[in-house]
Design a binder for this molecule. Structure first.
Ligand code: HEC
Length: 399
């Protein structure tokens, strides 16, 4: 019953999290688009302080959008801020992190062959990393480094790769992946909360007082712009990380942190194409390079089959030995009615009750338990390298 309700809980939070994320990223994509499509307004609008004009049709109605150079003479009674989308994405993301990882199935997060963390220890390491990296980012963006966009981007990339490597040293693959995604998400929300919203507040304050914004307001605005640019480059990687977290071939990979770095680079680089295009520069080579790099990654990550000369191959592996192995290491979870308390139904829909069923999933089982040690989850049953090789040899002879 516990597992059943836990699944419902995580599904509902996940659903909310995705909706909040869509609302946030959707709004920011829309405003980037808006900024890039503003046209010069007619004179009578210019006299009102309007610097960009745009007309659109949507949902059966025609909209007129105007962007002010600074602001209207009088602030409207209702000004929409677009900040709760970001905050609710963070809050639901945190709830998910706790429900699925910290208090859910420990196998997703804790790998005792890496570090035998208690729940409290895992929360301390996870939350410490989120807050720590966010503080480093905050220190950097207030430093002179922020004046050089490219150098800042490079430093940020190196920091994130280091975080990714470190997370893979302490957490199981899936837990490591989600923490890198959460670090990026936290930086993005902090950008809104600690930079963009305060800059907007300062601007609105100045307009309300009827003052021209001073140097301080201008500095805040400039930094807010940089933060918003970073968020823009981080959107594609963060979404990729969040969804790739459901594909063991990524986080179960022996060099998962490097896979993550490659994906981060490729997706952020691809974003660059769209950003340039918005500025009227079309550079298809960026997309071509991204596609070639992706093909390279697909090739590099392809699971390799062990060569026939391996020791376990010399002798035939008996069905009886494999039946016993699967019973010990897999069937607690992968059965029609799992005995493991965390599962209500066979995880990933894979039941391994019979050798026939094992054969049906040859490639996946090979990938999960032989090529990587992603399965058994968290290796709670203590499956050895010899047993993995034996399983690999059996799967090959069963083909
Ligand atoms: C403690 C429970 C548990 C044990 C034991 C376990 N698994 Fe799993 N297995 C899972 C869960 C949970 C998933 C879903 C993983 C996910 O969504 O990331 C899964 C997923 C899988 C998948 C699908 C991976 C994919 O490609 O999506 C395969 C294959 C698999 N397990 C094989 C095995 C084999 C073989 C064993 C025994 C050697 C085993 N598992 C032992 C819990 C377990």
């Amino acid at each position: 019953m516990h597992a059943y309700l836990a699944d419902w809980l995580s599904l509902i939070i996940r659903w909310f999290h995705v909706i909040a994320g869509v609302a946030w990223i959707g709004a920011s994509f829309y405003f980037v688009w808006l900024d890039n499509h503003l046209r010069e307004p007619p004179d009578w609008k210019k006299q009102k302080g309007i610097k960009g004009d745009l007309w659109a049709i949507h949902g059966g109605g025609i909209y007129e959008v105007a962007k002010y150079r600074l602001g209207p003479e009088q602030m409207p009674r209702k000004l929409h801020w677009f900040k709760w989308e970001a905050y609710s994405t963070l809050m639901s993301g945190m709830a998910l992190l706790f429900a699925v990882y910290y208090f859910g199935n420990p196998g997703y997060l804790i790998d005792s062959s890496k570090l035998a963390l208690s729940t409290g220890g895992a929360i301390a390491v996870g939350m410490g990393t989120l807050v720590g990296v966010m503080l480093i980012y905050e220190a950097l963006i207030r430093s002179p480094l922020s004046r050089n966009g490219l150098a800042f981007g490079a430093v940020l990339f190196v920091i994130l790769v280091a975080v990714s490597w470190a997370m893979f040293q302490v957490f199981a693959g899936r837990g490591a992946f989600i923490h890198v995604g959460a670090v990026i998400g936290t930086i993005m929300v902090a950008n809104v909360f600690l930079g963009i919203v305060p800059a907007q507040r300062a601007l609105v304050g100045a307009i309300e007082r009827g003052e021209e914004p001073d140097a301080h307001v201008a500095l805040l605005a400039e930094r807010a712009k940089l933060r918003s640019t970073h968020n823009n480059y981080l959107t594609l990687p963060v979404i990729f990380i969040m969804i790739s977290n459901h594909y063991p071939m990524f986080y179960g990979h022996a060099h998962g942190w490097a896979v993550l770095a490659a994906i981060g680079f490729i997706t952020a680089f691809a974003r660059h194409f769209f950003n340039l295009r918005h500025q009227g520069i079309t550079r298809p080579s960026i997309l071509v390079i991204s596609a070639v790099l992706t093909l390279g990654l697909i090739w590099a990550m392809a699971p390799s089959r062990p060569d026939a000369s391996q020791a376990a191959d010399a002798e035939q592996v008996s069905d009886i030995a494999i039946t016993a192995l699967v019973e010990t290491h897999c069937q607690g979870c992968h059965a029609d009615r799992p005995t493991h308390p965390a599962f209500q139904a066979p995880p990933a829909g894979i039941s391994l009750g019979t050798l026939e069923q094992l054969r049906e999933h040859t490639d996946q089982v090979y990938q999960a338990s032989v090529a990587t040690d992603y399965m058994p989850l968290g290796n709670t049953t203590g499956m050895t390298r010899e047993e993995r090789d034996m399983l690999g040899a059996w799967l090959r002879q069963a083909e």
